[in-house]
Design a protein around this ligand. Structure first.
Ligand code: ATP
Length: 883
């Protein structure tokens, strides 16, 4: 039908008696990216007088490139690509025609639109927006003139936001206006004057009133600098004349916003002082919020978007990721002195490019139609009230539906159980095969202490070939986990594969160390006579959670130092494995080792999987980073060389964490055993088996669990350091499933306990004996501690960067604490979680995440995999960068 300004991109359809429009390019209700345009202005007279060269060049219609003209400061050319870039010779008309028109004119078709200008002061925002507004309005009037079959009403309003105060630019009064939220209208400005336009000249007059009213001031960079954000809003309503006043009448209503933002530069750059400095702070607050909103939207996460942080973002919410088509014009000065600001502007533009909006045609029914519609609705509700039976029947339907759901779930449970049983029987077969084929598993004379095959491994695959040690060597080995001699040339480090003590003495020693646990363990890994039992068991029973945990422990069993380790007086210096050392540096652990060379103590203090009584005594994973216990010092793992001991001593040890996970798993296992004897059922392999046997399902499952765990951490006020360790350690390998499951159960247990208002005093796991209030307090202390670390670890510049990143105003108080209080708070936003983990890791000096920790603690169920770092397939955003 008609076209706008000769442009055929907007087409009209007839629908239901009223006309609706599909905006060119993107249909109504479709997703659409923000159009980002860049405009470089010519060098100003001042810049030319200072002899500043132009550093930016538009190399084609979409790419702008930075080329330093300073030979002494050679910089690699950097190119930025946008939807359209305009060099300094381009006129505003071109900018409008080629970049803005399509978006702005959607308004005549009932689609909201917005055009922004963003850039530092004096970069040409006002210059560009004035021209763009004029061009748009001229085209709108042109369109109206060509479409006499429709009746148009144009309304105009204008506001400025100055120092976070909203003012009506059409009103002579200077009264601040309030913002209100309305379910239908969204955020709106109270008592804002809206003028119905007579014609184009009327509008021109109003725009000049706004110009006169708008706050300007002189800054170092711009003699007539706009000090406020200005939003001009033009609302276009249209209805088909033939239906005017009739029932069928529908109206298209949409608005176009012309937004001229205040300068985006830092206050210092504009050399502001006094009033200008105060303005700068407010301007920056609004722009900081705008930047944060754009950044979060650009990530596409369904995280909370902080629109409410500033008046600007509240008002512009529909234009930012909402029901509007949006174009942003980034304005640049090409001068050398503005390079940094120009880069910032382009960075903002780059983020904005990824923001998706969802513009829809806004059709409004006539009052009569609306009244009819409402009358029908009232009649329906009245009839429901008169015939309650029908509502009963809807309840019945709901009950039926629930019943069906329950039946479906029961069926699923049944299927899952069948799958589990199948998996168990397959595993039994596998183990049987291993027992039959491998003579080392046939116990006679020389006994193999090689570990049973790991779950999911082929029968022939051993955990580690070096773990096969003949019985003859047994006198020389004992359970000293993750310990090796320092600089022994590697020959002395012979890993045992299981927790066996191969001499009766050692067996006894271990038994006594293990307390209650020892009976079960010694029967599985004790002397020759029990080895046959062990071997037979492996062939006859499915691998249980407990056995699986045993498998985890195996890599830590290393060759002891022969008689020297059994004789404290002839103690040799013992260190950790290289991976251990790389993490711990010369810190608490080293001191421990030098001070206390008794092997039993060393193995107990340092490593996971140690006897329960010791775990409980020295349990650091009590979600209490603030409190310190003497026993804990020995189990801390400080994480970077040169890390302050005082600071590091406050952090939870990962060894403790793993130990406690295992402890929890033991509890779980025993519970299962109890269930088994009560129900006569076999002990299942739990989700571990699911993950290991159905790796294709694990990634999805992992994501689900990961989210659940993160939310539970939040709900239970779990230590941030613990969360960070966990986040970095478990990244989605199927082998992680056991830890994820244990963590999940532990958290669910904790949450349930909290919700019942009781403390889990009768529970073995020491860390759970806390109350919600105590946990919250501890968390608070931990945040304070992290805030102190920011002072210690970061330079002023790094801290400022951090404040900006965490949206903490640079001029506010207690900034470090503000950042610390924001850490790990948005549990649904994985990007936020990743950033939080990254920052906490830096604060505690953790330099090598993930793999090193995993290797150190042997947290892998897949020993045949090379120890290369995984790609980020787990915690969705991968490992945070550490710097
Ligand atoms: N593309 C252009 N061509 C010619 N002159 C321009 C262009 N862009 C801007 N100017 C001139 O540069 C000066 C600063 O422009 P303008 O006031 O629009 O900047 P601004 O970004 O709105 O600054 P502020 O944020 O301080 O209000 C003005 O004198 C304007 O006429």
């Amino acid at each position: 039908m008609g076209a706008i300004g000769g442009d055929e991109s907007v087409q009209w359809d007839k629908m239901n008696g009223a006309e609706v429009v599909n905006g060119g390019g993107s249909g109504a209700g479709s997703l659409d990216r923000i159009q980002v345009l860049v405009r470089v202005r010519p060098l100003s007279d001042k810049e030319i007088a200072r002899g500043e060269p132009a550093e930016w060049e538009c190399i084609n219609d979409t790419t702008i490139m930075f080329r330093s003209t300073f030979p002494d400061r050679p910089t690699a050319p950097t190119a930025y690509t946008f939807d359209r870039v305009f060099h300094s010779e381009c006129s505003t008309k071109e900018v409008y025609q080629e970049g803005v028109k399509e978006v702005a004119l959607s308004v005549v078709g009932g689609i909201n639109s917005s055009v922004f200008a963003y850039g530092q002061t004096s970069s040409g925002k006002t210059y560009t927006m004035t021209g763009v507004t004029e061009c748009t309005v001229a085209d709108i009037y042109d369109y109206i003139n060509k479409h006499e079959e429709r009746a148009f009403v144009l309304k105009f309003s204008a506001i400025e936001i100055y120092n976070e105060v909203v003012r009506d630019l059409l009103s002579a009064e200077n009264t601040p206006l309030r913002l209100w939220d309305d379910a239908e209208k969204g955020t709106y400005v109270e008592n804002l004057m809206e003028v119905i336009l007579r014609d184009w000249n009327h509008l021109k007059g109003l725009i000049s009133v706004c110009e006169a009213q708008r706050r300007t001031g002189e800054t170092f960079l711009n003699e007539k600098s706009s000090r406020s954000h200005q939003i001009l809003k033009l609302t276009v309503e249209s209805s088909a004349r033939e239906f005017l006043g009739k029932d069928k009448s529908t109206t298209l209503v949409a608005s176009v916003n012309f937004v001229d933002l205040a300068g985006s530069e830092r206050a210092s750059q504009a050399m502001s002082a006094g009033t200008r400095l105060k303005e700068g702070c407010h301007i920056n607050k609004s722009l900081l919020s705008l930047g944060t909103v754009i950044r979060k939207l650009s990530m596409g996460s369904n995280a909370h978007i902080p629109y409410r942080d500033s008046k600007l973002t509240r008002i512009l919410q529909p234009s930012l990721g909402g029901n509007a088509r949006t174009a942003i014009i980034c304005t640049l000065s090409p001068a050398t002195s503005h390079i940094e600001q120009s880069r910032n502007t382009l960075f903002f533009g780059s983020c904005a490019k990824d923001v998706v909006t969802n513009a829809q045609v806004n059709v409004v029914m006539s009052d009569k139609t609306l009244v009819k519609h409402l009358q029908k609705e009232v009649a329906r509700l009245e009839s429901e009230l008169r015939h309650p039976v029908s509502s009963n029947s809807s309840l019945e339907a709901q009950v039926k539906e629930k019943d069906n759901q329950i039946r479906k779930m029961e069926k699923e449970i049944k299927e899952l159980k069948t799958q589990r049983d199948l998996a168990q029987s397959r595993l039994q077969d596998l183990l049987q095969v291993v027992g039959d084929r491998d003579p080392k598993h046939q116990v006679s004379g020389k006994r193999s202490i090689r570990s049973p095959p790991s779950v999911g491994m082929p029968p022939s695959a051993s955990r580690d070939d070096s773990s096969q040690i003949s019985h003859d060597d047994s006198e020389h080995y004992k359970e000293v986990r993750c310990i090796e001699t320092i600089e022994t040339g590697g020959n002395e480090r012979l890993s045992l594969s299981a927790g066996e003590s191969t001499s009766p003495q050692d067996s006894n020693r271990n038994s006594s160390m293990r307390g209650n646990d020892s009976n079960r363990n010694s029967s599985m890994r004790g002397n020759d006579s029990t080895a046959s039992v062990n071997s037979r068991r492996l062939g006859e029973t499915p691998i249980t959670l407990e056995q699986h945990l045993e498998n985890i422990r195996r890599p830590f069993i290393t060759k002891d130092l022969g008689s020297s380790t059994r004789n404290p007086s002839s103690c040799r210096v013992i260190g950790r494995s290289r991976s251990c050392r790389s993490l711990t540096g010369s810190t608490l652990l080293d001191e421990m080792e030098l001070e206390d060379c008794t092997p039993v103590n060393r193995s107990l203090v340092i490593f996971p999987g140690r006897p329960e009584e010791y775990q409980r005594r020295g349990s650091a994973l009590n979600y209490d980073a603030g409190s310190e216990t003497p026993s804990r010092a020995g189990s801390e793992i400080s994480t970077s060389k040169g890390a302050s001991k005082a600071g590091d001593a406050e952090f939870t040890g990962i060894g403790e964490f793993v130990a406690e996970l295992k402890e929890m798993a033991q509890v779980h296992y025993q519970k299962q055993l109890g269930d088994q004897s009560a129900n006569g059922k076999s002990v299942g392999l739990d989700p571990m088996m699911d993950a290991l046997q159905s790796p294709s399902r694990w990634p999805l499952e992992f994501e689900r669990k990961q989210q659940e765990i993160i939310e539970l951490w939040h709900a239970c006020s779990i230590s941030l350091v613990h969360r960070t360790y966990f986040f970095l350690l478990f990244k989605g390998e199927s082998a992680d499933s056991i830890y994820m499951e244990v963590e999940l159960r532990r958290l669910l247990f904790l949450r349930d306990t909290y919700s019942r208002g009781s403390t889990p005093s009768n529970v073995v796991v020491g860390s759970l004996s806390s109350s919600p209030v105590a946990s919250a307090k501890k968390l608070q202390r931990e945040r304070e501690m992290l805030a102190r670390q920011m002072q210690k670890r970061f330079s002023v510049e790094e801290r400022n960067h951090m404040y900006t990143k965490w949206s903490v105003p640079l001029d506010s108080k207690k900034r470090k604490l503000q950042v610390a209080r924001r850490l790990w708070t948005e549990s649904r936003d994985l990007e936020h979680v990743r950033e939080s983990a990254s920052l906490v890791a830096k604060l505690i000096g953790l330099q090598e995440p993930g793999q090193v920790l995993r290797e150190m603690f042997g947290l892998s169920f897949a020993p045949q995999q090379p120890p290369t770092r995984r790609s980020s397939n787990g915690w969705r955003y991968g490992i945070p960068s550490f710097g």
